[in-house]
Design a protein around this ligand. Structure first.
Ligand SMILES: Cc1cc2nc3c(=O)[nH]c(=O)nc-3n(C[C@H](O)[C@H](O)[C@H](O)COP(=O)(O)OP(=O)(O)OC[C@H]3O[C@@H](n4cnc5c(N)ncnc54)[C@H](O)[C@@H]3O)c2cc1C
Length: 387
């Protein structure tokens, strides 16, 4: 990257969304650069759920098999009230070839996307490069960037903020962001799997709050446990005790490789398109991690936006309208995802009305409603594309 380099699109943020958008634009022959402030990909397993709609996107750039090879196919989810098994939700009714949710630690997801982007263009991803400001001209945007303590300027026709929840690009473009913090909080950890449940997921609606358990490759399992208040520091004993108290499952003597806690927010940008600045992923919308949609939603944004850029650069017709429509479409869909996540969280809250929960769960697992639930849990209906 040289001073004053010019691109059709500059992407701020090389998280899962910025990296995937970079791959799509390179595939389409659109010149782009991905600017990432970190040195390396994250090492935390954070997001693990990859939905069939995303595998379909990866298939379009020849990457689906690489993801499937490294991940775990979850074809069924068992549902419990406390430790009573109420039923099982199967994803078998989901359309082929991906009737499952894939679990894969986020650092492997990012490694696969980085490798693909580097294969397409080894100069497209610039790490240790922080975007510090934007200056708009009539037909381009100048980005101020800092790489290894040296300030540089690069020019792009469009800038995409894929720089996450505290997006600098969103702030620079003065795009308002409505946020709300929920009272809900959770702890989570990855432990060696001593459940005997194989590749099945399990959801426990307990008197004292939700427990989720998802298989991971290498005989590991992710446990997510609702807590009464946010716990800034988590010890494995905290998680072990809550799991044991609520469902009677013992986690001691297992290996633990990750522990963390998280609070929950929702957020929506006022627009995802303003004066040649576009937003995608968490920079535009924050969805509760319960239900595992945020990263997938961002990839759907990326796909939509890449199609818009293709149309703009190939035909140059009404770019503003194309991008405004992108914004409207994606914000509507993000709103829908936020509401789905709110439903998931509500179901997992501590409540006295266990009988009501049991009836709702029973109904959700009964055909034909179970097919609808499988569609909802696998994010069908959120992938609408313009062309
Ligand atoms: C506990 C937890 C579990 C989750 N599980 C799931 C799940 O299973 N499935 C799912 O779909 N979603 C899940 N999510 C949500 C998911 O993690 C996010 O939606 C996803 O990471 C968003 O990707 P992104 O690329 O938009 O943003 P980010 O992942 O935040 O990436 C933004 C990138 O921009 C970089 N950056 C920031 N500012 C600058 C700058 N000024 N210059 C250059 N670079 C910059 C950052 O270093 C970062 O790499 C989970 C979230 C949490 C907290």
């Amino acid at each position: 990257m040289k001073n004053d380099d010019a691109y059709q699109v500059a992407i701020a943020g090389g998280g899962p969304v910025g990296l995937f958008l970079g791959c799509l634009l390179q595939e389409k022959g659109i010149s782009c650069i991905v600017l990432e402030k970190r040195k390396n990909t994250i090492t935390h397993s954070r997001s693990i759920g990859i939905h069939p709609v995303s595998l379909e996107l990866f298939e379009s750039i020849g990457l689906a098999d690489d993801f499937i090879e490294k991940g775990t196919k979850v074809k069924e989810g068992m549902a419990f009230i406390n430790s009573e098994h109420i039923g099982t939700l199967s994803f078998a009714s989901c359309p082929p070839p991906y009737p499952f949710v894939l679990t894969l630690p986020q650092y492997i997801t990012e490694e696969l996307l980085v490798a693909h982007l580097n294969n397409l263009n080894s100069a497209a991803l610039q790490c240790e490069t922080t975007v510090t400001g934007l200056t708009k001209t009539e037909d381009s945007i100048q980005l101020n960037v800092n790489k290894n303590e040296i300030d540089k300027k690069i020019t792009a026709q469009y800038v995409v903020g894929a720089d996450g929840i505290n997006s600098r690009i969103r702030q620079e473009a003065a795009i308002a962001f409505k946020e709300k913090t929920y009272d809900d909080s959770y702890i989570m950890g990855d432990f060696s799997d001593n459940t005997g449940w194989g590749s099945k997921a399990a959801i426990f609606l307990c008197d004292d709050g939700l427990i989720e358990s998802f298989p991971l490759s290498g005989n590991m399992r992710r446990w997510v446990v609702k807590t009464q208040q946010y716990m800034p520091e988590v010890h494995r004993e905290d998680l072990e005790t809550l799991v044991s108290q609520r469902i009677g499952h013992q986690l001691h003597h297992t290996k633990n490789i990750m522990l963390s806690s998280f609070g929950v927010q929702k957020g929506l940008a006022e627009t995802m398109s303003k004066d040649r600045v576009l937003l995608a992923g968490d920079a535009a919308h924050i969805v509760s991690p319960i239900g595992g949609q945020g990263m997938n939603l961002g990839w759907l944004d990326a796909r939509d936006l890449a199609n818009c850029f293709e149309q703009i650069f190939n035909e140059s017709t009404k770019p503003e309208q194309i991008l405004n429509d992108y914004s409207k479409r994606r914000l509507k869909i993000a709103g829908k995802a936020i509401r789905r996540a709110e439903f998931n969280m509500a179901l997992g809250r501590k409540t006295g009305n266990l009988q009501l929960k049991k009836s709702i769960l029973w109904l959700m697992l009964k055909t034909p409603i179970s097919s609808l639930m499988a569609r909802i849990f696998t994010m069908r209906g959120l992938q609408t594309l313009p062309f």
